[in-house]
Design a protein around this ligand. Structure first.
Ligand code: PLP
Length: 369
């Protein structure tokens, strides 16, 4: 994956499907709100029913497939995509390895629903995935950079080790998006992502997707969707399609601003434990440079205490207190409030598209109070 390749895909995305338009057709995608299709006679090869097909999701899948460079299926949330990957692959008696420091809902899903069906769920810190030891795991789930600690692991080496041990690798790429990192190019079997974050970007929809170049795995996840029913709403799919047109410009601004702000936070006397994979001083920097096009738009850092971190978020007018990330507006939260194993004063800061000097002035002022 090179920046030129990513740029070419982002440019092509803005013209996707135009060749197929007939004269006089609308330039824009329709939001097809239908559960049923006109279906006389043989149903094969045409849209049949709203749980199986929808032209709006299919157009959104094509757009994501272009960015991922892989066949893609859309889901109504990131967790629906994660669930599809887990349930499509695992069966009773299998062992599943999850990061102990990744997005906590994935662990809860596995412990509450897969373990009772006879899947053995094991966890390990993301940084330890670099040591290998994947023998006997049917599925290894990876997050890099991990959420919220922003640890980075070498995807090519890790996915190769998982494959050599006979397992399937699933990479949650939510924190980077397909513009920042393409795990399938680095040997992953399945990519899952929450498009609720930067791809949707406007904090108005939930959505997710799975991508894979393994036809059998993709078909199985599509079958899971068809049979168990987690289908995206056509209008939400339409909103994501519209948002994807500006993803590249938003992502580029967010990541560039995040880099500048991370550099300044790293120098600030009140800030400790800064994590940003784009900083030369970050433990993940060398691997991040190899496998990511940017350091991303998320920054982790610590203030002295829970009270100090809460006061900082409350007093900064350009930082929203939200639990999501990747939106146009900058936002932050103390992850310890959800039980993540981080310091009480640890904040995950998501940088938005605000002009960077205005944003930094607000952050600097809030740190001074
Ligand atoms: N994966 C990661 C890394 C996340 O941060 C999230 C949500 O925060 C999800 C998956 C789940 O996405 P959603 O909230 O769209 O279900």
């Amino acid at each position: 994956m090179t920046q030129d390749d990513t740029d070419a895909r982002a440019a092509a995305l803005l013209h996707l499907g135009v060749d197929a338009l007939s004269k006089g057709a609308a330039r824009t995608l329709a939001s097809t709100l239908t559960s049923t299709f006109h279906l006389p006679g043989d149903p094969v090869g045409v849209p049949g029913y709203g749980r199986m097909n929808n032209p709006t999701w299919e157009a959104t899948e094509e757009a994501l497939a272009l960015l991922e460079d892989a066949p893609t299926r859309l889901f109504p949330s990131g967790m629906a995509a994660v669930a599809a990957a887990l349930f499509a692959v695992l069966k009773s008696g299998d062992r599943l390895l999850l990061p102990s420091d990744g997005y906590y809902t994935t662990r809860l899903l596995a412990e509450d629903f897969l373990a009772p069906f006879g899947v053995t769920v094991e966890t390990r810190p993301t940084a330890q995935f670099a040591d290998g030891g994947f023998e006997g795991f049917a599925l290894v789930f990876i997050e890099t950079p991990s959420n919220p600690g922003l640890d980075v692991i070498d995807l090519a080496a890790t996915c190769a080790a998982i494959r050599a041990a006979g397992g399937i690798s699933v990479v949650d790429n939510t924190t980077m998006t397909a513009l920042g990192q393409r795990p399938l190019d680095l040997g992953a079997d399945i990519v899952v992502a929450s498009d609720t974050k930067a791809p949707g970007g406007h904090s108005d929809i939930l959505m997710g997707h799975v991508s894979s170049r393994n036809d059998a795995l993709l078909e199985r996840m599509a079958l899971w969707r068809k049979l168990s029913g987690p289908i995206p709403g056509p209008h939400e799919a339409w909103l994501l399609h519209r948002s994807l047109e500006t993803l590249e410009v938003r992502f580029e601004r967010m990541c560039r601003s995040a880099h500048m702000i991370a550099e300044r936070l790293a120098q600030h006397p009140r800030v400790s434990g800064i994590r940003y994979p784009g900083l030369g001083s970050d433990p993940g920097y060398a691997v991040a440079r190899r496998q990511m096009t940017t350091g991303g738009f998320l920054i982790g850092f610590e203030l002295e205490s829970e009270e100090a971190a809460e006061a900082f978020v409350a007093s900064c007018p350009l930082i929203d207190p939200t639990t999501s990330f990747g939106g146009t507006h900058s936002s932050a939260e103390r992850r310890a409030r959800w039980g993540d194993a981080v310091a009480p004063g640890f904040l995950r800061l998501s940088i938005g598209v605000e002009p960077v000097e205005a944003l930094w002035a607000a952050i600097d002022a809030a740190l001074a109070t």
